[in-house]
Design a protein around this ligand. Structure first.
Ligand code: CAA
Length: 381
C-alpha cells in the first residue's frame, strides 16, 4: 500500500494548508463569535477551486479525486470548521449527486455555478420527525400535468439560509415506502420555498442550520434527479460520500487541537519545567497523535475506494464513526491540557470541542454508522 500523495495532491495540500493558516485560522474565533455566513472566506475558497473539487473541468470544477477532497477538507477544517462544513455540503451533498445521477442538462445547468462558488447548494433530507429514519419522509411530491408540487418542512439543513439550490427529498408515492421517495433540484428562490428558522448552535456557528418550509413549491420535470422512486438511493449513496467529508472535517478539527495543545504543553511551566515533561501530559499527547493518524488512514482508504467506483458504504461509515468520536476525545483532551484556560474563550480549545461535537451527529449519527457497519458485517461476512 502506498501512502505517498501524487504531485497534484501534495500541491493542493500545501496550498490549502497555507491558505487556512494565513486566512482562516486568524479569523476563526471572530467568525465563530459573529455566527454569520463567512462570505469573504467562502469566496476565497471558491477562487482556490475548493467548491467543486471533484467536479470535472468540463463542468467548471477542479477535476480532482476524492482523496484530494479529503485533504482539502482536513486543511480547511483545521483553519475554520464552519468553512469546512459549508464546503463539504456543496461538494459532496450537492455537486456529487448531480454528477452521479444528473442528466447532461442538469449537469450543464448547475455544476459550473456550484463549482465556481457563484451558487451554493444545500441538501434537504431531514425533517422534524425524520432524522435517522430517513425513509420516513413526510414531505410530499404530488404529481400533476406540469410536474410536481412539493409540500412539507425540512429541518437541520446546513447552508439552508444561504443556498441558491436545494436538493429536496420528498415522498412521491407513499404506497411504495422507501422506494416512493423522489429527489428534486429546487432553486431556493422558487415560489413557496422559505427559510422558517435558523438554529442557534453549540458549534460551527457560522454555517447556517435552517428549517425550510415548502408551501406548494412547483417544479417541472427538469428538477427530478435520477428518475421517480430513486430518491432514497440517491440520498444514501450521496451520504456515503458526504461521510468521508465530515470525517475529514473531524480530523482537521482534532489535528488543530492537538497542535495547539502540544505547543501549549511545551510552553506552560509547572512543577519546575514545561508540562510537556510530565508523563501525564505526554501520554495524552501520544494518544491524541495516534488517534489523529488512525482516523486519517481510514479516511484515505474510504476515499480511494470511492474513486474505484464500487460500494464503499461500510468504509465511509467506519471513517466517519472513528474520526468523529476521535475528534471529540482529542478536543476534550486538548481542553484538559490547557486546564482552566481551555475552558475560556481566550484560547481556541473550547471552540474545537464545540465544533467537534456535531460531527458525531450530522450526515448520520454514530449510532447509524454502527448500524451500517454491523449490517454489512453480519450480511456480507
Ligand atoms: N447506497 C445505495 N443504496 C443504498 C444505500 C447506499 N449507501 N443504503 C441503502 N440503499 C438502498 C438499499 O439497497 C435498499 O434498496 P433495495 O431494497 O433495492 O436493495 C434501500 O436503499 C433501502 O435500504 P435500507 O433497507 O437499508 O433502508 P433503511 O430504511 O433500513 O435505512 C439507514 C437505512 C442506514 C438507517 C438510513 O436511513 C440512514 O442512513 N439514516 C441516516 C440518515 C442520515 O445520515 N441523515 C443525515 C441527513 S443530512 C445532514 O446531516 C444535514 C446536513 O445538511 C449536513
Amino acid at each position: 500500500m502506498n501512502f505517498e500523495l501524487k504531485e497534484e495532491q501534495a500541491l493542493l495540500q500545501t496550498t490549502v494548508r497555507a491558505f487556512a493558516k494565513e486566512e482562516l485560522l486568524p479569523r476563526a474565533a471572530a467568525i465563530d463569535e459573529a455566527g454569520e455566513f463567512p462570505q469573504a472566506q467562502v469566496d476565497r475558497m471558491a477562487e482556490l477551486g475548493l467548491m467543486g473539487i471533484a467536479v470535472p473541468a468540463e463542468y467548471g470544477g477542479a477535476g480532482m479525486d476524492t482523496l484530494s477532497y479529503a485533504l482539502a477538507m482536513e486543511e480547511i477544517s483545521a483553519g475554520c470548521a464552519s468553512c469546512g462544513v459549508i464546503m463539504s455540503v456543496n461538494n459532496s451533498l450537492v455537486c456529487d449527486p448531480i454528477l452521479k445521477f444528473g442528466s447532461d442538462q442538469q449537469k450543464k445547468k448547475w455544476l459550473p455555478e456550484l463549482a465556481s462558488g457563484k451558487k451554493l447548494g444545500c441538501f434537504a433530507l431531514s425533517e422534524t420527525g425524520t432524522g435517522s429514519d430517513a425513509a420516513a419522509q413526510k414531505a410530499t411530491a404530488t404529481k400533476d400535468a406540469s410536474g410536481w408540487v412539493l409540500s412539507g418542512s425540512k429541518n437541520f439543513i446546513t447552508n439552508g439560509n444561504d443556498a441558491d439550490l436545494c436538493l429536496v427529498f420528498a415522498m412521491g408515492d407513499k404506497t411504495k415506502g422507501v422506494k416512493g421517495v423522489n429527489a428534486y433540484l429546487v432553486p431556493t428562490d422558487s415560489r413557496g420555498f422559505s427559510v422558517a428558522k435558523n438554529e442557534k448552535k453549540l458549534g460551527i456557528k457560522a454555517s447556517s442550520t435552517s428549517q425550510i418550509n415548502l408551501d406548494d413549491v412547483r417544479v417541472g420535470p427538469e428538477a427530478l434527479l435520477a428518475g421517480e422512486c430513486q430518491g432514497f438511493k440517491v440520498a444514501m449513496a450521496t451520504l456515503d460520500g458526504g461521510r468521508i467529508g465530515i470525517a475529514a472535517q473531524a480530523l482537521g478539527i482534532a489535528r488543530q487541537a492537538l497542535s495547539e495543545a502540544r505547543a501549549y504543553a511545551l510552553e506552560r511551566q509547572a512543577f519546575g519545567g514545561p508540562i510537556a515533561n510530565l508523563q501525564a501530559i505526554q501520554f495524552m499527547l501520544a494518544d491524541m497523535a495516534m488517534e489523529v493518524d488512525a482516523a486519517r488512514l481510514l479516511i484515505w482508504r474510504a476515499a480511494g475506494l470511492k474513486d474505484k467506483g464500487g460500494r464503499f458504504s461500510t468504509e465511509a461509515a467506519m471513517a466517519k464513526l472513528y474520526a468523529s468520536e476521535m475528534s471529540n476525545r482529542v478536543t476534550n483532551k486538548a481542553v484538559q491540557i490547557f486546564g482552566g484556560y481551555g475552558y475560556c474563550k481566550d484560547y481556541p480549545a473550547e471552540r474545537h470541542l464545540r465544533d467537534a461535537r456535531i460531527t458525531e451527529i450530522y450526515e448520520g449519527t454514530s449510532e447509524i454508522q454502527r448500524l451500517v457497519i454491523a449490517r454489512s458485517l453480519l450480511t456480507e461476512g
